[in-house]
Design a protein around this ligand. Sequence first.
Ligand code: 5GP
Length: 128
Amino acid sequence: MSMTGLPSYDDGNVFARILRNEIPSKRVHEDEWAIAFHDISPQAPVHILVIPRGPYISLADFSARASDAEIAGFWRAVGAVAREHGLEAKGYRALTNIGSDGGQEVPHFHVHLFGGRPLGRMVPPAVG
Ligand code: 5GP
């Protein structure tokens, strides 16, 4: 456990490996604070993941531990990537999953950017 009560960051997660260029990705943006790349299994015509360079598990971890400069730099990158991909004209969705109820699979904080079609309901109805 870390000081925040969250689990420790796993340096072997797939996005950590993408950051270290140990596995390939289709990068569309990189700057001092963040990188962005296409999701391997796109759920919309545009589906890009934006991740901070620092070792944060989720938004919970990032908002608790990251510096003001990292937080500002990261969110500016999210907006820049959306702009660079022409998503502002018709709108888009930015989404981050946190933990098990959130459906988070990769334990490195990431924001999904979805666009290129109407995206429908914000949260699917409960099952069962
Ligand atoms: P989460 O469920 O954690 O919010 O989303 C993880 C996302 O990472 C999923 O949309 C999944 O398709 C994507 N993903 C998982 N492994 C890889 C990979 O190796 N490369 C890329 N580009 N995306 C991946």
